[in-house]
Design a protein around this ligand. Structure first.
Ligand code: MG
Length: 153
């Protein structure tokens, strides 16, 4: 078995979509980024690369490369899955830190979207929503922990 952790943060700005796990959340603010800024998917990608000790999201998908301008992070996640091809996902546990809007109504859509791309069941993916209680309302953060199992075992 191998474990990986990922963390990401993006600034929230006006006139950008708020995308989490490939799902666009109705919001006046969205993530400032070179890609689509999907902070949750970025944390999961870093956890996957971390679990197999294969660099990080920046080394695989440099943010100064025009190929990744506004790219869907779900495309990047699909590519990251190729890096862990010798393993299968046991489970993933995530936390998203965001004050507004409340994410709970969207969690099941986000789980469906991410699970489909990763080829796992929704009960292998946990997404928890927390607020910063107003202390970090200009940003959005996500953490992810992934456990992989060797397919040969
Ligand atoms: Mg990011």
């Amino acid at each position: 078995m191998r474990i990986g952790s990922g963390w990401d943060l993006h600034r929230l700005v006006m006139n950008r979509p708020l995308i989490l796990g490939g799902v666009t959340i109705p919001s006046a603010f969205g993530e400032e980024a070179h890609s689509d800024g999907d902070v949750l998917t970025h944390a999961i990608i870093d956890a996957l690369f971390g679990a197999v000790a294969d660099g990080d999201i920046g080394s695989h998908f440099p943010d100064n490369d025009p190929e990744y301008q506004d790219i869907s992070s779900m495309v990047l996640l699909r590519r990251a899955m190729a890096s862990i091809r010798d393993y299968e996902i046991s489970n993933i546990d995530c936390t998203v830190l965001l004050d507004n809007p409340k994410l709970r109504p969207y969690i099941s859509w986000i789980k469906d979207s991410l699970s489909e791309v990763m080829g796992i069941d929704t009960d292998q993916l946990s997404i928890k929503a927390k607020t910063s209680e107003g202390t970090r309302s200009q940003s959005i953060e996500a953490q992810a922990t992934v456990l992989l199992m060797d397919k040969k075992d």
